[in-house]
Design a protein around this ligand. Structure first.
Ligand SMILES: Nc1ncnc2c1ncn2[C@@H]1O[C@H](COP(=O)(O)OP(=O)(O)OP(=O)(O)O)[C@@H](O)[C@H]1O
Length: 287
């Protein structure tokens, strides 16, 4: 699938001046302890909605008249907070279209979509500010990390919370906590070009989590990686989903990671079906 490059909206003109000047921002505050993080996650768990992503009869028609294409013909899907779900399907089956609808990049034609307990689409958008929805409620992870080359690792992660209006110190604290959780805190001051591919992908995952979105959409996140690294990325996504109660949908063709999913949706000819245990086992064997 083609990636909707994260950097597209990242014109330097709209960034805070302190980044353009290269000066460090925010004060250094002590890291949160593991117990504090756990207490916060437990508190969030107690009040979280039971379904993070609910799609009901989502349809998407491109074009009109004789040339219309019904890419989605009534998609149903349910993902719980903290769950990592696979989405597979042959080329042209509608995977990209589904991610774009869910990511509020394109508008569906009909149906209902609920995200983090909030109805965002019901035969029309229910949210006035789709840009804020994408920035604050949905994290994106792509095949390539798309880190901003002239910001250090911490600023790459802190950027989104700052754009969402968080104070510098809080945004940077959050970045440090995530880099720590992902095992790359020792690279916090490095430039992206100084990182290995695996480290860059971890930073990209930290960035996707930075606004604590209820949902992450991951588009072929392991495609260019060898088996060991691909399984490493999936393990991290699982851990992060559990720790931050984020629902993650992973679009993939990658056979290596099929055994890691407890649930897989298959999209075929614009409709979704959840694979049975036997079908998942068959996929895991490469059958
Ligand atoms: N902008 C568009 N205008 C018209 N038709 C489109 C558009 N985008 C996608 N389609 C069509 O919608 C259908 C689903 O396409 P989509 O890109 O969602 O599939 P996909 O499963 O992501 O495929 P792939 O794995 O090859 O990326 C295809 O028939 C495609 O040709």
């Amino acid at each position: 699938m083609r990636c909707a490059g994260w950097s597209r909206s990242s014109s330097s003109a709209c960034w805070p001046a302190r980044w353009r000047s290269g000066r460090p921002c925010g004060s250094i505050r002590p890291r949160r302890s593991g117990a504090e993080v756990k207490a916060r996650v437990d508190a969030e768990k107690a009040t979280e909605p039971r379904v993070a992503i609910l799609l009901e009869g989502v349809r998407k028609r491109y074009g009109r008249g004789d040339t219309a294409v019904d890419a989605l013909k009534g998609v149903d899907m349910r993902v719980a907070p903290g769950e990592v779900v696979g989405l597979i399907g042959p080329s042209g089956s509608g995977k990209s279209t589904l991610l774009k609808c869910l990511g509020a990049v394109i508008e569906p034609t009909a149906g209902r979509m609920t995200l983090g307990g909030e109805l965002i689409y019901d035969d029309g958008w229910k949210i006035p500010d789709l840009r804020a929805l994408r920035r604050d409620r949905i994290g994106f992870v792509f095949q390539a990390p798309y880190l901003i080359p002239f910001l250090d690792v911490t600023d790459n992660v802190a950027l989104l919370p700052m754009l969402a209006g968080r104070p510098n110190s809080e945004a940077r604290d959050r970045a440090r906590e995530l880099l720590d959780a992902l095992g790359v805190s020792h690279r916090a001051k490095a430039q992206p070009s100084e990182l290995s591919g695996g480290e860059q992908q971890r930073v990209a995952i930290a960035r996707a989590l930075a606004n604590r979105p209820p949902v992450i959409l991951a588009d072929e996140p392991t495609a260019p990686l060898d088996s060991e690294r691909a399984l490493g990325v999936m393990k991290i996504l699982e851990q992060m989903a559990g720790q931050y109660r984020t629902a993650i949908i992973v679009v993939t063709h990658d056979e290596k990671i099929m055994p890691t999913f407890r649930r897989i949706y298959q999209i075929r000819d614009g409709r979704t079906a959840e694979l049975s245990e036997a079908e998942r086992a068959g996929l895991a064997r490469g059958a």
